[in-house]
Design a protein around this ligand. Structure first.
Ligand code: DCP
Ligand code: CA
Length: 397
């Protein structure tokens, strides 16, 4: 089945944050100056400033000459980082498969998340609406079967755009575009390609592989694939563990429901402790059962809100277990729990939700005791590990 990948990019990000904070700036040419270390260049320009020829990286002195009536503001990175966190959090409500790129853009793999929305476009509109409502910022969304096409699509529909490239239309969409639109084609590669007489993505796509690699090396092979609309890269968190798992294999196969439930609770407890240690919350909970005949099943659920609270994770895992046990009555040799869709825990606690705050405090206190006296000091049920082999896994796949 074709994948459905979104590339979502906030419009004129730094400027939009300032405009959301001070609506008087909306609809006007506004320019946010860059990093004080690299003083003197434009970091972000409102769409009203762009017709004057202003773009990121341009010296502020030149921007001032081109558009003297523009409003110039200093960058406030703490502010932008906070908004970026909220943006990523909104996205993670729609799919656990999220790959942030910098502060204001991300890929989402929504292949398995479309059903409630009816179509990719409806889902994209729902995401755009949430962002507008909660952050007062417009976003542009490119939809395609792979990352590279989704990214180019979002760029072409800016600002406040939505562009879907349906399966099998990738090449027709890409081919007329200038090669510089391909991610990975910088000034140098563009010049090399120009020397070869290549100006459009379609002209690049038509070249034989060895011609391209001779001039551009291995990057050439990747670019050639992109130009042909081929990009198998997954949507994934760069360099981070994507899931945390715990599982046990029993000394004897078991039917005992109570024993399975207690085992699962203990696994969840350890896993949540690890989540809190890593300052992460999980959006997706999966349980794994291996039967005596080695048949293995996985059952998974996505939480409405990411969590690292033991009670929340246990409740989800127990529900999955009950369903699985109702479907199959075979002795079980292994049980495991795994969380994925991990997101950072930088967000402030919702202070109005006293129950959540209390739970977090209780669990933090328990974590301290476990750290001091060992994990075995506090468990929610009887200790069960003594006769069983126990494995845990931090997985990257
Ligand atoms: N940025 C920067 N210096 C640059 C480019 C960008 O400091 N040379 C910062 C400011 C931007 C933010 O990163 O607001 C995001 O970069 P984008 O390239 O996505 O640019 P914008 O969001 O400003 O505009 P667009 O609507 O084109 O995405
Ligand atoms: Ca942007």
């Amino acid at each position: 089945m074709a994948r459905c990948i979104f590339h979502i990019d906030l419009d004129a990000f730094f400027v939009s944050v300032e405009q959301a904070l001070n609506p008087k700036l909306k609809g006007k040419p506004v320019i946010v100056g860059g990093d004080p270390e690299r003083r003197g260049v434009v970091a972000s320009a409102s769409y009203e400033a762009r017709p004057f020829g202003i773009h990121a990286g341009m010296p502020l002195s030149k921007a001032r000459r081109l558009c003297p009536q523009a409003i110039f503001l200093k960058a406030n990175f703490t502010r932008y980082r906070k908004v970026s966190d909220r943006f990523m959090e909104i996205l993670s409500d729609f799919s656990p498969h999220i790959e942030p790129l910098g502060l204001d853009e991300a890929y989402l793999d929504v292949t398995g998340c479309l059903k409630p929305y009816g179509s990719p476009q409806q889902l994209a509109l729902a995401i755009k609406e949430r962002i507008k409502k909660e952050l007062d910022i417009t976003a542009s969304v490119g939809i395609a079967t792979c990352k590279v096409v989704a990214k180019i699509a979002s760029e072409l529909c800016k600002p406040d755009g939505l562009l879907e490239i349906v399966p099998r239309e990738e090449q027709a969409f890409l081919h007329p575009l200038p090669v510089a639109k391909l991610p990975g084609v910088g000034k140098k590669t563009e010049r090399l390609l120009k020397e070869m007489g290549i100006k459009t993505i379609g002209e690049l796509a038509a070249l034989p592989l060895d011609t391209v690699t001779r001039r551009l090396g291995t990057t050439g092979a990747v670019l050639l694939n992109y130009a042909r609309g081929i990009d198998n890269r997954q949507v994934e968190l760069p360099g981070e563990a994507k899931s945390i798992g715990q599982q046990v294999t029993f000394a004897r196969d078991t039917f005992d429901r109570n024993f399975l439930e207690v085992t699962l609770q203990n696994l969840c407890q350890e896993l949540c402790q690890e989540l809190r240690r890593q300052n992460k919350r999980a959006k997706c909970i999966a349980i794994r059962l291996r039967y005596a005949d080695f048949k293995t099943i996985t059952r998974q659920v996505t939480l409405r809100e990411a969590s690292n609270l033991t009670q929340v994770i246990i409740a989800a895992a127990q529900q999955l277990l009950s369903k699985a046990l109702a479907q199959q009555e075979k002795p079980i040799r292994l049980i495991g729990v795994c969380v994925s869709g991990l997101i950072g825990e930088e967000r402030q606690l919702p202070m109005f939700d006293a129950k959540v705050v209390k739970l977090v405090h209780v669990e933090q206190a328990l974590d301290k005791i476990r750290k001091k006296y060992g994990t075995a000091a506090i468990k929610m049920g009887d200790s069960i590990y003594s006769e069983n082999s126990k494995e845990n896994a931090n997985s990257k796949s």
